[in-house]
Structures are given as structure tokens and as C-alpha cells.
Design a protein around this ligand. Sequence first.
Ligand SMILES: [Zn+2]
Length: 288
Amino acid sequence: MPKVCLDAGHNDSGADTGAQGNGLLEQDITLDIVLRIRKKLEQRSFEVVLTREGPFVNGAHGTLSESLRTRCQIANAAKADLFVSVHVNAGGGTGVEVHALASGGKAEACARKVLPYLVDAGNWANRGVKFSNFQVLRETVMPAILTENGFIDTKEDAEKLKNSSMIEAIADAHVRGICDYFGMAYAPAPVAPSEPTAQTSGIDALIVFIGYPEAGIVPHLQAHLKAPAIMLQDLTPETAKAARKVYGIGYSAEKYVVEGYAIPLYKLLTGSNADDTAQAVIDFVKGR
Ligand SMILES: [Zn+2]
């Protein structure tokens, strides 16, 4: 399987500290995004190497050049097939862009795969694919891209970046682009249709609810569907995948994510508050 080196841009302090603005620190956002990308890639059987998982890159970082060189050395030593450096822009502006060292190569191809998904992830302004003589693009020996995910010092962009579902969507966009680049399916390996044999028979229907206010209406739907119910926080991806039809109660479809796995809902019964959600369940049960 392809090996991807993910580089969370910048360190917590020192010569390679990230940009800041609107109460946000670039180095925190980049690490958050990268850890989410790792999880999603590993779920799709990619091998993943990180240049850092804590405050500092895993090696020399006394100067800016050292910090950047260490990132490249980690990727080169791991013989990664692709290097993806994740950043947040600054300096006034809005939107997303993806950098490659030069045109015409695999890096540009990868950049062009990732960018549209990034734009879609948050209705971001599309600043295009750019060619930049950045050290991390130059000193990595494999195709390398660098993503700039919004402007930390632009209020509108920063507000988006404060939303964890946006961070999740940005991570997901990277994964979609990376899967496309390698010609791999984005969908996690499907659960094989289970034969009706003793131990492998899946669950036909499963009810998943998110909050306690919704819990009260759950037995109503359970009685109707004759299906088990579980709270999202208690659910595992394996159980979710074993169910042929997942009914969600409450909130929006994007909330139905467990350990990075977005659960495909067969039906979502929801409203703008717990009462409306309960009404949606009742209407469904009564066939209205
Ligand atoms: Zn940066």
C-alpha cells in the first residue's frame, strides 16, 4: 500500500513557529488536521509517517532551515510515496491553495486532485494550484504538496477553522484527494455481504442516537423496527459497518462519525430541536 508522509506545519515555539490570529495558532490546527488525516488513511490501509505528533518535529529544529530539513529527512528516510505538508495561510486573504514545486509532474497532479475537495470542504475561495520553491517541496525526493487551508488572520476564515466539523471536513478532503491520486477508492473497504450463517450474520437495522434528549423517543422507533439502538458515543465502526441500515436520530448527518468513520445513514430522523426530532420519529413510525 502507498506510504504517505504527513507534515503538520510548524512547531509550538522556536524558529519555526506558525502564524497566529483570531485566537488561533497555526501549529495547533495543522496538527489537528494531520492526526485526522492519518486516522482516515490508516482506515484505508495506507501506511502513514508523521514528521511530528507533538510540539516539535522529530529531530533537529534549532533553526527554521533545520526544522524544515528534518521534515524532509523523515519523509526521505521512510521512502514515502507522497509528502503532504499541511498549513494555514496568513497575511490577509481568503480561501485555500495547494503548492507543488513545479508544473508537469506528479506533485502537480496530486495538487490538482486535492484542491477541489478542499474548496468543497468549506465553500472556500479557490486560490488555485501554485508552484513554489519551498524547502519542504524541494528537499523531499518523492512528489510533495503543501496545502494552505484558509487564512488565520482573516476573521471569516478563522471562524470556519474554529469549527471542529470544518477541521474534519478539511482532513477528509485531503484523504479524498490522496485516494484519487493513488487511484484508490475513497470508501473504506466494504463489509462483505454476510451470508445468513451462524456467526457472521450482520444486523439488518441499527438505531443510532447522539444525545440524551433524543433517547426518550428511541424505544418508539425500536418497537417499530424491532432493531437494537445504541448511543453514538458507545458505537464502534465495526458495529456500524455490520448494520445494513443505520437509522440516525437527531442532529445532522455529519455528526454521525465514529473514530473517523462517517456512518452512511439509511435514514436520518431529525428536527431543529429535541421535540421536532421526536415528531420526526413519530411521523416516520406512523408513515406520514
Ligand atoms: Zn505555515
